[in-house]
Design a protein around this ligand. Structure first.
Ligand code: PMP
Length: 285
């Protein structure tokens, strides 16, 4: 079945979908994005993702491209037209097309909107969760606003490629003070020897993951103690468990960091329980 993309008001064949060469996303990475999980044909946590989108747009002073209702309709329509039952829907908004000039384009320049959707077989994620994944550490070298979900992902690209070349699933950024901030495309967590879950605070230095937010609710329901503070790589090496969270991955247990086994080198019970209960706390639309 051929794929369909939404590009600036039109549904077009994916292979022909294109934006103008002077789109500011293309020229300056001047745009933001969101990724929602699609599960059983429905969007997971659309409301929270759209709230974060509004915040990212606001921080960059990119006008809202359309009403929340219209945007929601496009997201659902793109999922339906691509017959995605399980997978992801991707939304990107850039500052639009204008003559190349670093400063913002003239008032009234329309933001550009692209939406795509694709199937990801559910068993693939389940297999990764059962086996656990590996991570490697990598120096934090991104700009200072990773809280904005911007398409300026060069630092994340280089970190992920580093991980890939090391045979790992994810790279964990370590900042100058030795603290793990987050992964190249996920949030980072550990479970300490005394069963406290640690993750970097979301006020600065990381993206406030939607999965992260929902997992905090799941933890409350399971009476898991949260210690929302940065942890060091040494603390991670000594952890009982570690895991990563992202909308496209839900929770994935981490079984090794820089080649050292985490705990007994198998997916841990807390990460596994959080993954199992996640969708009971998520919203479906
Ligand atoms: N941090 C980074 C850098 C990411 O790219 C992502 C995934 N987009 C996350 C964290 C997790 O965010 P979410 O749970 O909203 O997918």
């Amino acid at each position: 079945m051929s794929r369909i993309a939404y590009v600036n008001g039109r549904y077009v064949p994916h292979r022909d979908a294109a934006v103008h060469i002077e789109d500011r996303g293309y020229q300056f990475s001047d745009g933001v994005y969101e990724v929602c999980e699609v599960r059983d044909g429905r969007l997971v946590d659309e409301r929270r993702h759209m709230e974060r989108l509004a915040r990212s747009l606001g921080e960059l002073r990119i006008p809202n491209p359309m009403t929340p209702k219209a945007l929601s309709a496009v997201l659902h329509e793109t999922v339906a037209r691509n017959r995605v039952t399980n997978g992801i829907v991707y939304l990107q908004v850039t500052r639009g097309v204008a003559r190349r000039d670093h400063a913002f384009p003239p008032e009234g320049t329309l933001p550009a909107v692209v939406v795509t959707a694709r199937t990801i077989e559910r068993w693939k994620g389940e297999r990764e969760a059962v086996n656990g994944v590996t991570v490697v550490s990598y120096p934090e070298n991104r700009w200072s606003r990773p809280d904005i979900k911007s398409v300026s992902l060069l630092g994340n690209v280089l970190a992920k490629q580093f991980a890939k070349e090391k045979g790992a699933r994810e790279a964990w950024y370590v900042d100058r003070d030795g603290f793990v901030t987050e992964g190249s495309s996920s949030n980072a967590w550990i479970v300490t020897a005394d069963n406290k879950v640690m993750t970097h605070g979301a006020s600065n230095g990381i993206l406030r993951g939607i999965t992260r937010t929902v997992i905090l609710d799941v933890m409350k329901a399971h009476n898991v103690t949260l210690d929302e503070r940065p942890f060091t790589l040494e603390q991670a090496f000594a952890a009982k468990e570690a895991f990563v969270t992202a909308a496209s991955q839900i929770v994935l247990p981490v079984i090794s960091i820089d080649g050292r086994p985490v705990g007994d080198g198998k997916p841990g019970p807390i990460a596994t329980a959080l993954r199992r209960d996640f969708h009971n706390h998520a919203e479906f639309t």
